[in-house]
Design a protein around this ligand. Structure first.
Ligand code: GCU
Length: 638
């Protein structure tokens, strides 16, 4: 009704309403008219926008499918007041920028134009692409035009690796749906909306912060906005293999247990799972929901950092087939030990932000992953903590190949709105999306559900929900969180006790401490002992201090490499005395951009706790940790 004509009627309607509004004291009939017009507008909005449709179930392993990459230069409109989305009364527009309108006559009023508004690179945060957008938080509209010759009897989806934070997607002027969360993938089906010629895909991306969001308003990382990971058109058969899970059963190094999910009309099919190199071929039958579970014996070379063995896996249904490279290993916690393939292991790790090495901005490429994980390998790591949100898929697959175990995390960071059911729904959804994308990566051994969250009943309830969600969705991996323990002083010794109530629900304890930086001097670590109420392994998930590369002085002078070096020495001596310590991920591999770090000439909006500067220069502390990890790799458990 409204779509074609509406464009020109609506401005008129708005004028009437506007008139109505201004004069409504005097003429009640106008109110009536206004409300009915609003009702019409609202229903028009609903028919254009639908009830904010969410994204379709995630399609796994995009890169192994028939795809068309839409990366590159996209037209972009920076829209700080969201005039492309809501009217001056903050009411949703039915003819917003997603219509990609053009004036049809000289008198037509169209106050935007994608084609003359400049471009932004996709993937890429907008902040490091234009000086004027470095601190920008708000909406940016992206447009990408394309032609598409679809084959018969197939379906097409548009897949986004990630967009920070809120994304509204439109194709050819119609809404596809929205996604919340800046670090996980989402996709929409566009089969019935595609044209052979002249398609225009529009994404409104808004990275404003809000208390009720996850993460909430306060973070120590840059709020990079934009379409930060690849955009792909995926063409699949009408009934296709949407997702699959193949890993060893919990605690086993022989039994593969998993499932697969078909999506489409022909859901009952015979599906064969092959691991040719191991001579394995198993055929299963999907049920009325297109799902099949399976479990079978497999004598495989186990994936480990020393030997990151990946197997070619092929899954062939009657209407679709897909292949992947998957490693098989078991990971468990037993008492204070962490067992990899049944053997105790110490996790020699480092924390990493998804900050692009050597160029800054959001990392997303394979090269970014290779560089960051290459430095971790140089440190002697067999483990990395990808903080504080799911990093890009290239990072997980690179860790699989390079033999680095991974701690993955959802951005339940600092002071989330614990009582807000929407916040819990959002956190749960981000956790599910992370698990769904990465559950076939052998490297991924730990799901972390939180970082430095203040203890309260509401918080405990919130985190328990996430812990149960992770355990029930994927029982083969361990669940942790980065906690903060308190200390008590007796004489000249301090005892720090890990007694956070949520630790009872975790498989592995994580703890952040900044002895020598935020609290006390570095040498005071010599007088600190750690005890735990729990018979569980501990990963010291953060410790460290800032140093500007090339800034030298004595060990008591902050911001110098010598101070950081000394701090690490004292930390390592303290860590060696913790009997239940089974891993460390110092904060942090590389300096990263943060809005909380304003000190001119030193920080300049970078957190300088990296062991490597953002241009790849290694600080003195890098070699202190490298030496510790060399000792550990020679004598695994301290
Ligand atoms: C915290 C926090 C990090 C932060 C670090 C720091 O512990 O988890 O996100 O960057 O401390 O202060 O440098």
């Amino acid at each position: 009704m409204l779509s074609s004509g509406g464009v020109h009627i609506l401005p008129l309607v708005r004028a009437v309403v506007k008139a109505g509004t201004e004069r409504n004291q005097r003429v009640p009939i106008m109110n009536l008219l206004r409300t009915s017009l609003l009702a019409v507008a609202a229903s028009a909005f609903l028919c254009v926008h639908g009830a904010r449709a969410q994204s379709a179930p995630l399609i796994a392993n995009i890169s192994a499918r028939q795809t068309t990459n839409l990366d590159g230069r996209w037209q972009a409109i920076v829209d700080p007041y969201d005039v492309g989305f809501t009217d001056y009364r903050a009411k949703p527009l039915t003819n917003g920028f997603f219509r990609n309108e053009k004036p049809h006559s000289p008198s037509d009023l169209v106050e935007y134009d994608f084609d003359t508004s400049g471009q932004l690179l996709v993937p890429g945060d907008w902040n490091t692409q234009r000086e004027s957008l470095l601190f920008y938080e708000g909406s940016v509209w992206y447009k990408r035009s394309f032609h598409y010759a679809k084959s018969p009897k197939t379906r097409v989806f548009v897949h986004f690796g990630a967009a920070n934070y809120l994304a509204n997607a439109y194709l050819n002027g119609e809404e596809l749906g929205q996604h919340e969360g800046g670090f996980t993938p989402f996709n929409f089906e566009i089969t019935d909306r595609l044209r052979p010629q002249g398609n225009f895909l529009i994404l409104r991306v808004n990275n404003r912060r809000a208390k009720e969001f996850v993460p909430t308003v306060n973070t120590d990382w840059w709020n990079y906005g934009g379409i930060t990971r690849p955009v792909t058109l995926v063409e699949v058969p009408e009934t296709f293999i949407q997702d699959y899970f193949l890993q060893f059963a919990k605690g086993s190094t022989r039994q593969i247990a998993g499932w697969l999910q078909l999506n489409g009309p022909q859901v009952r099919q015979k599906v064969t799972i092959r691991i040719p190199e191991a001579g394995i071929s198993r055929t299963v039958e999907t049920d009325a929901k297109g799902r099949a579970g399976f479990s079978f014996d497999a004598n495989l070379t186990l994936w480990s950092p020393e030997n990151p063995k990946l197997y070619g896996v092929e899954i062939a249904a009657e209407t679709d087939k897909i292949s992947d490279r998957i490693g098989f290993r078991s990971i468990q916690a037993r008492g204070t030990d962490i067992l990899l393939n049944g053997k105790p292991v110490f996790l020699r790790g480092i924390s990493i932000h998804e900050e692009a090495p050597l160029r800054s901005g959001r990392a997303w490429t394979e090269d970014d992953a290779r560089t960051l994980l290459g430095w971790a390998k140089e440190l002697g790591c067999n483990f990395v903590r990808l903080a504080h949100y799911p990093h890009n898929e290239a990072m997980l697959r690179m860790a699989d190949q390079m033999g680095l175990m991974v701690w993955g995390e959802v951005p339940v960071y600092w002071t989330i709105q614990w009582e807000n059911p929407d916040a819990l729904r959002n956190a749960r959804n981000q956790l599910q999306e992370m698990i769904s994308r990465d559950h076939n990566r052998a490297a991924l051994i730990i799901y972390s559900v939180a970082n430095e969250t203040p203890i309260s009943d509401a918080r405990n309830h919130f985190l328990r929900e996430l812990i149960n969600e992770a355990h029930s969705t994927d029982p083969t991996r361990l669940v942790s969180a980065a906690l903060q323990a308190d200390g008590s002083v007796v004489g000249n010794r301090t005892t720090i006790t890990i007694n956070d109530p949520i630790a009872a629900d975790l498989d592995i304890l994580g703890n952040n401490e900044y002895i020598g930086w935020y609290v006390r001097r570095p040498d005071e670590a010599d007088g600190i002992d750690w005890v735990s109420k729990y018979d569980k392994p501990l990963i010291m998930s953060e410790f460290g201090g800032d140093a500007l590369f090339g800034n030298h002085g004595d060990a008591n002078t902050r911001w110098t490499e010598e101070y950081q070096e000394d701090l690490y020495r004292h930390q390592i001596a303290m860590l060696k005395r913790i009997p239940f310590l089974r891993g460390t991920t110092p904060w942090i591999l590389m300096d990263f951009r943060s809005p909380r770090r304003t000190l001119p000439g030193i920080q300049d909006y970078f957190n300088r706790k990296g062991l490597v500067s953002q241009s790849g220069e290694k600080k003195k502390a890098f070699f202190v940790l490298q030496d510790f990890y060399r000792q550990l790799s020679e004598a695994p458990i301290p």
